[in-house]
Design a protein. Structure first.
Length: 234
């Protein structure tokens, strides 16, 4: 629950946990796929379980397709660059296994309902797996992600850029913990989302391009949770 940002360091429920999981919350039984996108967003952004932040924000900049050994080599290089002389490879292997079970539905998960709970994010189809020779390859491919509700994208933008009234397009696309990186959305997909949001929030959101700079602008501050209220109220 800490990894998903549902508990704080004092084991108290966080705001997002209350909004979603309380008895009268938005989606206490995780029946709406939009809720899974929110959980994925918080899992990566929180960085409590660092493997998810490393893979979505950093490793996939180097490799769209990667193996477990590619991941281990990446972490080893990162540790060496920060003068960390030792890390537990066994723990990293176990973390990678948990990550794959979380996002990729296995045959055993299809047969065993209890085992299926470990794959709570498989419905998102964010990570695909295939075998080549003896190696298993994992792919996080950028595409338009039209299946993600516009309000969930707006929530992520507002939550990660608290209080900012303008955000550069490149930041939305490429910055760590941006919607482009966490949700693996390509440029066309981001532009489509922005167009939809401007249509839904004509008095609050604009998109401007000037002197080669493109940015989304908020005419007034929008409370992140209000966007979720709008989505789940439908």
């Amino acid at each position: 629950m800490r990894a998903f940002d549902l508990l704080d360091n004092a084991d108290n429920l966080t705001d997002i946990a209350h909004w979603i999981l309380r008895d009268d919350g938005f989606d206490p039984y995780l029946e709406d796929e939009a809720t899974l996108w929110i959980l994925h967003y918080h899992l990566v952004k929180k960085n409590f379980a660092s493997i998810y932040n490393l893979i979505f924000n950093e490793l996939r900049r180097e490799k769209i397709e990667f193996t477990r050994d590619n991941f281990l080599a990446f972490v080893r290089r990162k540790a060496e660059s920060q003068n960390i002389n030792y890390f537990n490879e066994k723990t990293l292997v176990e973390d990678f296994y948990v990550m794959s079970k979380l996002y990729i539905r296995s045959t055993s998960q299809m047969k065993d309902k209890e085992d299926g709970f470990s794959g709570v994010l498989t419905e998102l189809n964010l990570i695909r797996q295939y075998s080549r020779g003896r190696d298993d390859y994992f792919i996080i491919e950028n595409d338009e992600k039209s299946v993600i509700p516009d309000e969930i994208i707006l929530y992520a933008i507002l939550d990660s850029r608290k209080g900012e009234l303008s955000i550069d397009f490149n930041t939305l696309e490429q910055a760590n913990n941006s919607i482009g990186m966490i949700f693996a959305i390509n440029r066309t997909g981001i532009l489509n989302k922005i167009e939809n949001l401007i249509e839904s929030y004509p008095n609050e959101i604009t998109f401007r391009e000037q002197a080669g700079t493109r940015e989304i602008q908020f005419k007034e501050s929008i409370e992140p949770f209000s966007t979720l209220e709008k989505y789940y109220a439908v």
